[in-house]
Each structure stands twice: as structure tokens, then as C-alpha cells.
Design a protein around this ligand. Structure first.
Ligand SMILES: Nc1ncnc2c1ncn2[C@@H]1O[C@H](COP(=O)(O)OP(=O)(O)OP(=O)(O)O)[C@@H](O)[C@H]1O
Ligand SMILES: [Mg+2]
Length: 256
């Protein structure tokens, strides 16, 4: 077995005439915490969409755990352990925090979810397992006190925590976080960053898109820089910080 958890080859996606993603070869190692950075519109979210199968590429191959997932459905790659969060959180506003978590962890996905799991004794056991797991995660993320709050009552930062919690309910091997710190107050951002670091220490491979460069430099083992859909640099935080192409890419957008 190789040490690569995720690999893409010749991956391309265009919108109209615009090359959103144009990557020749890029791979991510097991247990590594990698950040993907780049100016607005660089193709970071589109890259996440392609890998997690929420969008179909024009051409290219994607491998996860040495399995070709090039044409897989999102739920299939999620079952394999590739879990992503969204730049705009997708929590269920009309469910409580606990319900959000249990729903995410459940393998039953329909409207009668709650009715269906309270009916039999084996389903009661299943529900108990989900609930215990949800409380463990809430405790870990310091949101237990909010278990009965509706998601719509949470602040932007708390929603980000809930979204992270929902991902954890799915037992990620590869956790892809799209701007986990965006819109989060500085104190909570620091906590979140610490949590992400802990998850990495627990053996979850993490791929994080983030504009907070200070945070990126602090916790990443490797940084990949995208600009106009292409990888323009990769390496240690230090390497990337001093890379002229990277500096140019950022200054270029600041001037516009
Ligand atoms: N569904 C779409 N239809 C048309 N164009 C799109 C679509 N999604 C993304 N794009 C374009 O593709 C390019 C890459 O967008 P993407 O959202 O991947 O960038 P990003 O690096 O995530 O940016 P940001 O940092 O602002 O989130 C942008 O020019 C964007 O306008
Ligand atoms: Mg984005």
C-alpha cells in the first residue's frame, strides 16, 4: 500500500471558457494536515467539489485509498471515509443540534428517520449508539449545552462547529474542510484550529481550505497553492511563504 490517501491525475473542470480546475498531478499523504490556499476564484472549492463528487470533472482521474472514484456518487465516497464540509454551512436549521448530529451519523436517510428508529428494540440500540456518539462529539467541541437548541439559533461560529461535528459523525478518514474559520470570531477560531490539530493528531488526514494565512502557517504540515485552477506551489509553510509565484498571485488580486 502506498502512503497516498488521495490522488488526482489530469483533473480538469471548465465553466464556460473559464478553467476552474486544471491540475496535472496532486496527491495527499495519509495522516498529513495539508492546507490548500489561493486567491478568490482560484478553484479551491471546485477542487473539493470534484474530489467529493459533488461536481463532475470534464476529464481526469481521482483515487481514494487506491480505489478509482472518478465516477462514484458522493454518498459512496462518503461511505469510504472521504467527508467534506461546505464553505456555506449546510446544517438543518429546523433540527436541534443533537438531531443534526444523529441524522448525519445515521445510515437511514429519509423523512421518517426519527419514526423509523424508535420502533424496534434493535433500532433503539442503534439510536442509543448514535446519541452517545453525538454527545461525545458535542463534548469534544464544547457544544453539549446547545444540544437541544435549534441550529437556526446558533451563531455563525457555532454553526461551523456543528458542521464539523456532523462530519465527525461520519467517521472520516479524510476530512476536507472548506474555510472552517470563515466568519468565526477570533477566540472561537483559535479553539477550532486547536480541535482541527487534535483530529489530525488522532490520525485523521485533513485537507483544509483557508484564507486565514496565519492559521494555515501555524498548523499545516504541507501547503498547496492554487491560482487560476493550477497548482503554482507546494511544500512546507516556510517554503510557500517565501515563494515568489505565491507572493505575486496574492498581490495580483489585491491590486484588482
Ligand atoms: N457553478 C459554477 N458555474 C460557473 N462558474 C463557476 C461555478 N463554480 C465556480 N465557478 C467559477 O470557477 C472559479 C473557481 O471558483 P471556486 O469557487 O472553486 O474558487 P475558490 O478558490 O473556492 O474561491 P473562494 O476563495 O472565493 O472561495 C471562479 O472563477 C468561479 O467564478
Ligand atoms: Mg471557495
Amino acid at each position: 500500500m502506498s502512503n497516498k490517501l488521495l490522488e488526482v491525475k489530469n483533473l480538469k473542470k471548465t465553466f464556460g471558457g473559464l478553467k476552474a480546475v486544471d491540475i496535472e498531478n496532486l496527491s495527499f499523504n495519509k495522516n498529513e494536515l495539508t492546507s490548500v490556499i489561493g486567491p478568490n476564484g482560484a478553484g479551491k472549492t471546485t477542487f473539493f467539489d470534484l474530489v467529493s463528487r459533488f461536481q463532475q470533472q470534464d476529464i481526469g482521474e481521482i483515487y481514494f485509498k487506491d480505489k478509482k472514484i472518478t465516477k462514484s456518487q458522493p454518498y459512496k465516497v462518503s461511505r469510504l471515509g472521504l467527508i467534506r464540509t461546505f464553505q456555506l454551512t449546510k446544517v438543518f436549521d429546523r433540527m436541534t443540534v443533537l438531531e443534526n448530529l444523529m441524522f448525519s451519523g445515521s445510515s437511514i436517510k429519509n423523512d421518517s428517520f426519527f419514526q423509523s428508529i424508535i420502533s424496534t428494540s434493535s433500532s433503539k440500540k442503534y439510536e442509543k449508539g448514535l446519541k452517545d456518539k453525538a454527545f461525545e462529539i458535542m463534548k469534544d467541541l464544547n457544544i453539549e449545552k446547545m444540544s437541544e437548541s435549534y441550529a437556526r439559533e446558533l451563531s455563525g461560529g457555532q454553526k461551523k462547529l456543528l458542521e464539523l461535528g456532523r462530519s465527525l459523525m461520519k467517521n472520516p478518514e479524510l476530512l476536507m474542510l472548506d474555510e472552517p474559520l470563515a466568519g468565526v470570531n477570533p477566540k472561537l477560531a483559535e479553539d477550532l484550529l486547536e480541535k482541527i490539530k487534535n483530529l489530525s493528531d488522532q490520525g485523521i488526514t485533513i485537507l483544509m481550505v483557508e484564507h486565514n494565512i496565519e492559521a494555515v502557517m501555524k498548523i499545516s504540515e504541507r501547503v498547496v497553492v492554487l491560482a487560476e485552477g493550477q497548482v503554482i506551489a507546494e511544500g512546507s509553510p516556510q517554503d510557500v511563504r517565501n515563494n515568489n509565484k505565491v507572493i505575486e498571485a496574492y498581490l495580483g488580486t489585491a491590486d484588482e
